[in-house]
Design a protein around this ligand. Structure first.
Ligand SMILES: [Zn+2]
Length: 469
């Protein structure tokens, strides 16, 4: 068989590819549950984006299937086994400050700008054109190929949950929804709360009226505020607080309002997958409070913070420390802290754990430790780690294709976050962001270099071919 010039083949289809990409990008497919309908559970425009893709499939002579208007697929070829490419057509809200309207896609300086250009509509079209090229070249395949289209990746993954309830799991697959070269291991992600129930103090001291830090478990909070009942010696308190800020090189404020003192600390936000990249404002403010003569209930709560959470992003003091050669350290982020004088108080925890660890197995000893401190664990939610072995045929083939087409080494990456690939049994994240390119997903002026879009399509075409032949 003659050599196939994958990139040239894709380049000769550039105009069609861009026209279809722009058609998809023009749909404002943001989750809209307020306007949920029986045939459009996630909103009219999300459904419209799914229909758009299925319509392309029909136009080009493929089999298509809509699965409860939450997901669907476009299928090519014959064979018992199937190769799946998992994409999504929902997008996050546009936000403010765009140079050109986010849903009026346009090419400037070789870049295709629109919400979804990189995440994940551009790559969806690239993968689709990869499969379409195989059909047009009439290449013989032994396995079927499916472009699977989800519509809820940015929120609750109801698309893939529903899809795989009834639809076949691909033999091998990839998700063009993260980085090139290949992400083959993703840590497990566990969320839970550590709760102190409402209870009277057994001795009186400074009262913490309220304490708030953080909005979400997967971020290091950059702000914390505490309100204390007025301390007799406000001046001494102020001095010690400012001293504390100074010692730890933190910004913050001290204010007296009516009969209360309000303390604020600023930190630095970071993604929970590496809490050491941030400065946790909540932990710093909480650790300061733990040094005061508090009433017994806040003393217990903030004492626990100081003893078990402060300056410990590896979970050492909670007995969770673990590391492996594949994905490195377990990390622990305290994403939210809420204390209420009259009410339940809690720490919101996000843990990213290595692929060879089982978070669920640690719950017994963690619960025992918490109980001993008058606290309890609640709302445990676990997304298991995801890992495809280095020597699996999937990895070998994707590495070969990537190296042939780019001339660069296809290093295997591991991450603390989760990618869409974890919903596949044998699946990895494969592109679309090339090494060295800025990650503009979810930001204003999101774009994808047109050259990269075509390169990705050519890589996907050959990858699908090699996996399915
Ligand atoms: Zn995505």
């Amino acid at each position: 068989m003659a050599t196939i010039h994958w990139l040239e083949e894709i380049q000769s289809r550039k105009d069609d590819l861009l026209a279809d990409a722009k058609g998809l990008l023009a749909i404002k497919s943001i989750l809209d549950e307020d306007h949920s309908m029986s045939d459009a559970p996630l909103g009219k425009e999300v459904k419209e984006a799914l229909d758009f893709m299925l319509q392309l499939g029909k136009r080009d002579g493929f089999q298509t299937k809509n699965v409860d208007n939450l997901a669907g697929h476009i299928e090519y070829g014959e064979g018992d086994e199937m190769i799946g490419i998992l994409c999504h057509v929902d997008v996050v809200p546009a936000g403010e400050g765009w140079t050109s309207p986010p849903f009026s896609p346009e090419v400037r300086d070789g870049k295709l700008y629109a919400r979804g250009a990189m995440d994940d509509k551009g790559p969806t079209i690239a993968a689709y054109y990869g499969m379409k090229l195989l059909k047009e070249l009439n290449l013989p395949l032994n396995r079927r190929v499916r472009v699977i289209i989800g519509t809820d990746e940015e929120s609750k993954w109801r698309c893939v949950s529903r899809y795989f309830e009834t639809e076949e799991m691909p033999k091998y697959g990839f998700a063009p929804d993260a980085d090139f070269p290949i992400i083959h291991a993703e840590k497990g992600i566990a969320d839970f709360y550590i709760i102190q129930e409402d209870q009277p103090s057994t001795y009186e001291g400074i009262e913490v009226v309220s304490f708030h830090s953080g909005q979400r478990l997967n971020m290091v909070p950059d702000h914390a505020v505490a309100t204390l009942s007025l301390h007799k010696d406000t001046e001494a308190l102020k001095e010690s607080f400012l001293d504390y800020l100074n010692t730890h090189q933190l910004e913050g404020t001290f204010n007296v309002e009516k009969d209360e003192v309000v303390l604020e600390v600023k930190g630095k936000a970071a993604h929970a997958m590496e809490p050491n990249n941030g400065v946790n404002a909540g932990l710093y403010l909480g650790a300061y409070l733990s040094t005061l003569e508090l009433s017994s209930r806040p003393a217990q709560f903030f004492g626990f913070l100081y003893d078990f959470l402060f300056k410990d992003t590896r979970g050492n003091k909670l007995g969770l420390k673990f590391s492996d050669d594949i994905t490195g350290d377990l990390t622990l982020n305290v994403g939210t802290i809420v204390y209420q004088k009259d009410g339940e108080s809690k720490f919101g925890i996000n843990i990213r754990y290595p692929v060879t660890y089982s978070m669920a197995d640690q719950l017994g000893s963690l619960e025992a430790l918490l109980q001993d401190k008058g606290l309890k664990l609640a709302d445990f939610d676990d997304s298991k780690p995801h890992h495809v072995e280095k020597d699996s045929p999937l990895i070998q083939i994707l590495q070969k294709v990537y190296e042939e087409q780019t001339g660069d080494k296809a290093e295997l990456l591991t991450i603390g976050g989760g990618t869409y690939a974890r919903s596949l049994q044998q699946g990895v994240a494969f592109g679309p962001l090339f090494p060295g390119r800025p990650d503009v997903a979810h930001q204003k002026d999101e774009y994808m270099e047109v050259e990269d879009l075509l390169k990705a399509a050519a890589i996907y075409a050959q990858a699908i071919y090699e996996l399915a032949k």
